[in-house]
Write a protein that binds this ligand. Structure first.
Ligand code: NAD
Length: 252
């Protein structure tokens, strides 16, 4: 039987793969035989450790240092991936940061850093990857890790909500541009997920957030990774331009 979740012979590029959701997606795809290229920002030891974890699963894996906000770095990573792996089949735009503050205290730098890392990064990497996918003429999949913050807006996150909503607009526009070439573009909008991004939340705020989640708990990076794997797989070839909220029912 043909297993649509078998990624043997395929290479997927993930931004921000050294920890959290990006690492979980890398491991989930590698467990299904995908070769993995991933970028990291500054934690070289963590990146090397993930590279080894992936290789231990029997796949090719390579980490590339690149600031997601840097346009030239993204073009260079995609060139290196093509040289190293021969071809590319999918991209996960995952790198992201938060700098939560009320608008009244938010600095220009908080705005620029969050918009550049979460949204300009998607332009940077997608532009290089789409050019390669078009040249390869075999279609492909792009998955943008947005957030429910971009769907409903969250107080204290005007910068992050704007960036994540921007990713959703980008997803729908690009999906229309490249559908005729067999390239799908979707967004996955997680709710509250247990990673380093949320571990600093105070107990009081965490309890308040839990009250808003019908399923009564935060999600795990592995749960998000399994959904991402489906959206990148052959089983999802007829899905494009969609935003899937994986949030325990929060947005419902
Ligand atoms: P995390 O902080 O554990 O991981 C973020 C990743 O992005 C790290 O690998 C980090 O190295 C990378 N990164 C940050 N700045 C970078 C830069 N300038 N260049 C390259 N890489 C950079 O957080 P996470 O929870 O794993 O977040 C992953 C994605 O999921 C982010 O886009 C985040 O906005 C999104 N998200 C997370 C949650 C959550 O509750 N954790 C909810 C919704 C969406």
């Amino acid at each position: 039987m043909n297993d649509a979740l078998d990624f043997r012979g395929k290479t997927i590029l993930i931004t921000g793969g050294s920890r959290g959701i990006g690492r979980a997606i890398a491991l989930e795809l590698a467990a299904r035989s995908a070769n993995i290229a991933f970028t990291y920002h500054s934690r070289v030891e963590a990146a090397r450790a993930v590279e080894q974890e992936l290789q231990a699963l029997g796949v090719e894996a390579q980490a590339y240092q690149a600031d997601a906000a840097d346009f030239e770095a993204a073009q260079s990573v995609v060139r290196q991936v093509r040289e190293r792996f021969g071809a590319l089949h999918g991209l996960v735009n995952n790198a992201g940061i938060t700098r939560d503050k009320l608008l009244i205290t938010m600095k220009e730098d908080d705005w620029d850093a969050v918009l550049n890392t979460n949204l300009k990064s998607v332009f940077n990497m997608s532009k290089a990857v789409v050019a390669l996918l078009l040249k390869q003429k075999q279609g492909g999949s792009i998955l943008n890790i947005s957030s429910i913050s971009g769907v409903i807006g969250m107080a204290g996150q005007t910068n992050y909500s704007a960036a994540k909503a921007g990713m959703i607009g980008f997803t729908k526009a690009l999906a229309k541009e490249v559908a005729s070439r067999g390239i799908t573009v979707n967004a996955l909008a997680p709710g509250l997920i247990e990673t380093e991004m949320t571990e600093g939340l105070s107990a009081e705020y965490r309890a308040k957030l839990l009250e808003t989640i019908p399923l009564g708990r935060f999600g795990t990076a592995t749960e998000i990774a399994r959904i991402a794997t489906f959206l990148l797989s052959e089983d999802a070839r007829y899905i494009t331009g969609q935003v899937l909220c994986a949030d325990g029912g929060l947005v419902m």
